[in-house]
Design a protein around this ligand. Structure first.
Ligand SMILES: Nc1ncnc2c1ncn2[C@@H]1O[C@H](COP(=O)(O)OP(=O)(O)O)[C@@H](O)[C@H]1O
Ligand SMILES: [Mg+2]
Length: 206
């Protein structure tokens, strides 16, 4: 069963709030896809999640490096960007399959001999911009986060679980936002198509 949450942010700072909050709950092995058009806020979200992990390095877009690793936080962060790839075979070049093998090791699934030469200690949270372009990636991910540009500084954000672990992350996040009404972020479980037309919480009739 997939769980879906939807919210709308009115500023980059509000999107960052969401990323930061999710950073409190992610664990080693979690694989999270970020999708949405150029400029939607994927890198913005990733940088805020990194802050939530207490990473003190600055996060820059991995569009050209394809994969960047940050080690200064609570757990390692692997930040990938598939924008420049056009064939799934190219995933081999950016350690994607090693990261999938590490995830299997962390969740206790049998890991195929020789699947990776990375140590299980290297496991971390994996964020993949444009991860939705290959089903090989979606198949192994826990959570899919889609950002849609709906105004100059307004974004519709949908978070969808792709595994049991992803559903747990969404439940944690939803509870956190309920306890923190001052962020102004509210989650609803409606599909975005339905909720787009609804008035936002706190909007008045004037
Ligand atoms: N609500 C919002 N959420 C996220 N980013 C926003 C928002 N409003 C404006 N922005 C701006 O949009 C841009 C998003 O850029 P970036 O994160 O690099 O996008 P992407 O990685 O998806 O291509 C930033 O300049 C950010 O300040
Ligand atoms: Mg980006």
């Amino acid at each position: 069963m997939t769980a879906t949450l939807h919210t709308q942010t009115q500023s980059a700072a509000q999107t960052a709030e969401l990323g930061y909050d999710l950073g409190q709950y992610v664990q080693s092995g979690d694989i999270i896809i970020l999708s949405g058009d150029l400029g939607a806020g994927k890198t913005q979200f990733a940088a805020a999640l990194a802050q939530g992990l207490d990473i003190d390095e600055s996060i820059t877009s991995p569009t050209f490096a394809l994969m960047k690793r940050y080690l200064s936080g609570r757990i390692p962060l692997y930040h990938l960007d598939l924008y420049r790839l056009d064939r799934p075979e190219q995933l081999d070049d950016l350690d994607f399959w090693d990261l999938v093998a590490l995830r299997a090791a962390v969740v206790g699934t049998q890991i195929t001999e020789g699947a990776t030469d990375m140590s299980p200690d290297a496991a971390g949270v994996v964020l993949i911009e444009w991860g939705d372009i290959f089903e090989q990636v979606t198949q192994h991910a826990d959570l899919s986060i889609t950002l849609r540009i709906s105004g100059r500084s307004e974004r519709n954000i949908t978070l969808q679980s792709l595994s049991q672990r992803g559903a747990q992350l969404l439940a944690d996040l939803q509870q956190k936002l309920q306890e923190e009404p001052e962020t102004g972020l509210l989650m609803d479980a409606l599909p975005p198509e339905l909720s787009q037309g609804l008035p936002q919480e706190g909007e008045t009739d004037q």
